[in-house]
Design a protein around this ligand. Structure first.
Ligand code: SF4
Ligand code: SF4
Length: 201
């Protein structure tokens, strides 16, 4: 969930057409028209990536007249499928996946069930990855995988950092190596299952 109060605007006279902003926008809200960047304002969720990384300060963030909130809400008939997808991906449905925007796993699952098939579309529907924009591609990819969807990375693979393992995927070899060094993998897995179960009661 994210409340949007700003939108990006390009100063065409300053834009040198490097394309950086279009490559790093998490919702694919920027495209190049000839040698100039253009913002699709309906897709801009004000993460400020373009503003921060434009080499010639051609992007400004302007205040919206009417702020709005993006969030994916689980409909009653989707509840079971949402929970199943989160658990398959190794997440508690109530778990926060994106700390910048406090987007929860259940929200991402709901977005996928409601039609999101790429990390960019998940970002657009939930606000996930609209803060630092670095880490949260991983849970998005993991959740898509749990839904049986394999999205294609955008050209050049910008902002596409792949996925890291979750607790349940750690091999016995690794567990044995680190168990005596203060890690409690099996206990944590059991605790995770207990938390998920208690929240479903
Ligand atoms: S990053 Fe700046 S200079 Fe480069 S295309 Fe975007 S607006 Fe233009
Ligand atoms: S979503 Fe972020 S990167 Fe994309 S246009 Fe808006 S502020 Fe720029």
């Amino acid at each position: 969930m994210k409340t949007i109060t700003l939108k990006a605007r390009i100063n065409s006279a300053r834009c040198i057409g490097c394309g950086n902003c279009a490559k790093m926008c998490p919702t694919l809200a920027i495209f190049m028209k000839g040698k100039k960047a253009v913002v699709d304002e309906g897709r801009c969720l004000a993460c400020a990536n373009c503003h921060q990384r434009c080499p010639v300060e051609a992007v400004t963030l302007e205040k919206l007249d009417k702020p709005f909130t993006v969030r994916a809400v689980t409909r009653d008939f989707e509840r079971e499928a949402v929970e199943a997808m989160c658990i398959k991906a190794g997440f508690n449905p109530g778990q926060i996946l994106c700390y910048c925007t406090a987007t929860r796993a259940e929200e991402v699952a709901a977005a996928i069930i409601q039609g999101a098939e790429t990390p960019e579309e998940i970002s657009f529907r939930t606000g996930l990855r609209m803060g630092c924009s670095v880490e949260c591609i991983q849970p998005a990819l993991r959740m898509l995988e749990a839904a049986g969807i394999t999205p294609t990375p955008p050209e050049g693979g910008w902002q596409w950092y792949g996925r890291t393992p979750v607790l349940q995927e750690i091999s016995q070899e690794v567990k044995s190596k680190y168990n005596h060094r203060g890690f409690y993998f099996d206990s944590d897995i059991a605790l995770f299952a207990e938390v998920v179960k208690s929240e479903r009661r």
